[in-house]
Design a protein. Structure first.
Length: 256
């Protein structure tokens, strides 16, 4: 089960040059789409061009995330094989390296060479994975989708409220605080659940350490990402600012 990330992966590119060409084409396509949104807003003589463009980009992002959900659903429960992107394991590197005890030869001291390497994870396709592990990995993917789509939802609400002339409405600040909580919980939860599911999958398909050349890691490791803390903090700060702005707006309206 691969964790969903809102990135454009050029996995089919045969070489770096082709990948860069695809990246440039993608940038041109995105720029063209933004230009189209700007042109349509100016054609309607909109006084909130930037808000209109941001709202339309948010709608496109929400739609793409919905498509991603439809693509991921079959991979969760309707296919016999489940892809695990980071299956924790222990295996030997196929060749001896200096870090394994041999000194670096003087003749290769200035040459580019592989000095040390290890294999700790693998991308694996697993057949008949247990329901429990599948549900945990699917939950991780679902939370990743929530993290991907929620900022677009909040931006869309902010833009709509601003275009209606109420940028500091209670609805805007409320959704910023909701977004802070969702990003914090779902962002951390997605990573932790993916680690748990991958560990469960490894224990099901690989022997325990010492029982072969390639085995399960034998220990459960969980990584806590820091970016949800920063993103949630920024969203909460914006919610506080918008709430303060709403109070100032009410005070100003009371003086008129």
């Amino acid at each position: 089960m691969t964790s969903y990330t809102p990135n454009l992966e050029l996995a089919l590119a045969p070489n770096l040059e082709f990948a860069l060409a695809l990246l440039a084409a993608s940038a041109v396509a995105i720029g063209g789409l933004i230009a189209l949104f700007v042109w349509r807003a100016r054609r309607r003589n909109s006084k909130t061009v930037l808000m209109d463009v941001a709202a339309r980009i948010s709608i496109v992002w929400i739609a793409l995330t919905a498509v991603g959900l439809l693509v991921l659903l079959p991979s969760w429960f309707l296919q016999p094989n489940v892809m695990v992107a980071h299956l924790p394991l222990i295996t030997a590197w196929p060749s001896d390296l200096p870090c394994l005890g041999e000194p670096v030869p003087a003749s290769s001291a200035t040459a580019t060479s592989l000095y040390c390497a290890s294999v700790n994870t693998a991308t694996a396709s697993i057949t008949n994975l247990s329901t429990a592990a599948t549900v945990v990995l699917a939950s991780a993917d679902l939370l990743a989708l929530v993290v991907a789509v929620f900022p677009a939802i909040v931006v869309l609400i902010i833009c709509n409220q601003a275009r209606e002339g109420t940028p500091f409405s209670a609805l805007t600040s409320r959704w910023l605080f909701i977004g802070a909580g969702v990003i914090l919980i779902a962002g951390i939860g997605s990573t932790v659940l993916n680690d748990i599911g991958s560990t469960m999958a490894a224990a099901e398909v690989l022997p325990q350490p010492g029982a072969g050349t390639t085995t399960a890691a034998g220990i459960a490791t969980f990584s806590i990402p820091y970016w949800p803390l920063g993103a949630a903090g920024i969203a909460a700060l914006m919610g506080t600012i918008f709430r303060h702005g709403a109070q100032l707006q009410r005070d100003t309206d009371g003086l008129v």
